[in-house]
Write a protein that binds this ligand. Structure first.
Ligand code: PLP
Length: 437
């Protein structure tokens, strides 16, 4: 009692009695209690340690409790903990400048938000105001956030009970393993997905379409790395029909895909870029829109009708600036790319050879999906029971998994070492051996 550390059971009981949890039936919660963390490791209240293969919600790219980021927050807290967005502040300006250092030429403004959903919300608004058009095209296999337009832009099941915003149209993006286009290879999939998108644009009426909003690499929906040429083809369609291209880099950006921005690997230039998560690893909530000069200029004389009390919050901006500087100095993006190519990719592919239940392994950087199938021929997904057992088996062996539908996403922090990555893969292997025995 008193100041003693509570047990896992006490924390879970206390939490679930009073905290209303996201995306959950409240009587069926079974959270893992987390007390602290360091790098790729987290620790519960009973003193058990776990290798964090989830990066929490795929956002702790720099690892837990990075000393430079923690110290920057402490320093900023001692100087100024909050400031109205209308005032100028050096920390906010520095964060914007560092973010823009990694954006393509022709991007010189950042609008800060509190997270990814409101980043997409405001990017959609900018595209609508800039074009004078209404519709926003997004894919069925996507997640863009849980606010008015962002949740309706989202394609997955979470959109359906929340469909109150108007002007949203969905289409199918490329997914070679489960092709909607009877494609037999990546190239066909990319070409046919582009043909499908063009038909949707034509059928909706190009003059009514403000934006195409895409996750550069769809994340929660299954980490489908786009086929070569697909994103360049979307850019070409957007240009041909006068449509704004918004790339959602909330999950894929800031090292996750082994690049500062995932689109750096695909020879494509968006008009608006949305970010959150990895920009400061969520140490303090932060997101934003990186705005091309052309769209920014539209608001030089005209008032932008949008804002947030915490836009450019100094604690968030201090953590972003420190995080980007640490990523630069410590080669964290390069590490993510290399460990993906040399250790995670080959390691997970060798698991696929060993276990028939693995249908496909795909990804890059520290952004990998392992898709499980009950039947290799029909590609029928494994059951929810299988995924539940796998999740439990991974946890019991000392790692925190991220699972979605019939997939395990292998998404550790970008700072993971080769040995830690091998350990993570061997935990998944042991767990799979146990659940398939
Ligand atoms: N966009 C993408 C691609 C995401 O993965 C997420 C969150 O998972 C969001 C937007 C929403 O971000 P937030 O939860 O910070 O609002």
């Amino acid at each position: 009692a008193g100041t003693a550390t509570p047990s896992n059971a006490e924390v879970v009981e206390h939490d679930t009695s009073h905290v209303f949890h996201s995306w959950s039936a409240q009587a069926k919660l079974a959270p893992v209690a987390i007390r602290t963390g360091r790098g790729v490791m987290v620790e519960d209240y009973d003193g058990n340690e776990y290798l964090d293969l989830s990066s929490m919600l795929v956002n702790v790219n720099i690892g837990h409790q990075h000393p430079r980021v923690v110290e920057a927050i402490q320093r900023q807290a001692a100087e100024l903990t909050t400031v109205a967005p209308a005032h100028a502040n050096a920390t906010r300006a520095r964060a914007a400048e560092l973010i823009l250092d990694h954006a393509p030429e022709g991007f010189n403004k950042v609008f800060f938000t509190n997270g990814g959903a409101d980043a997409n919300e405001n990017a959609i608004r900018m595209a609508r105001l800039h074009t004078g058009r209404d519709k926003v095209l997004t894919t069925y296999r996507s997640y863009h956030g849980n606010t008015g337009a962002a949740i309706v832009a989202t394609g997955d099941w979470r959109r359906v009970p929340n469909e109150y915003a108007t002007g949203h149209v969905h289409f199918f993006g490329p997914y070679t393993y489960r092709s909607e286009f009877w494609a037999e290879n990546e190239q066909q999939e990319g070409e046919r997905a582009l043909r499908h998108l063009e038909r949707v644009i034509q059928s909706e009426g190009p003059e009514s379409i403000a934006a195409i909003l895409l996750e550069t690499i769809p994340g929660t929906a299954g980490i489908m790395v786009p086929p070569p040429g697909y994103l360049a083809g979307v850019r070409e369609l957007a240009d041909r029909y006068g449509i704004i291209l918004i790339l959602d880099e909330v999950m894929a950006g800031f090292g996750r895909a082994g690049e500062w921005f995932a689109f750096d690997a695909f020879n494509v230039r968006p008009d608006l870029i949305t970010f959150a998560k990895g920009v400061n690893s969520g140490y303090v909530p932060l997101g934003g829109v990186i705005i091309s000069d052309e769209i920014a200029a539209a608001f030089d004389e005209r008032v932008f009708p949008g804002g947030l009390t915490y836009s450019g919050h100094p604690l968030a901006c201090a953590s972003a600036a420190a995080s980007i500087e640490a990523m630069e100095d410590e080669g964290i993006i390069e590490n993510a790319r290399r460990v993906g190519e040399e250790v995670i990719g080959p390691g997970l592919r060798s698991l696929a050879e060993r276990f028939d239940v693995i249908g496909e392994v795909r990804g890059r950087g520290v952004f990998w999906a392992v898709e499980f199938v009950a039947d290799a021929e029909t590609r029928e997904p494994v059951s929810a029971e299988f995924m539940g057992a796998l999740k439990k088996a991974v946890l019991e062996r000392g790692a925190l998994p991220f699972t979605s539908e019939n997939r395990l996403h292998f998404v550790p922090p970008c700072v993971i070492t080769d040995d830690e990555a091998r350990r993570g893969i061997s935990i998944v292997a042991d767990a799979l051996a146990a659940v398939t025995a």
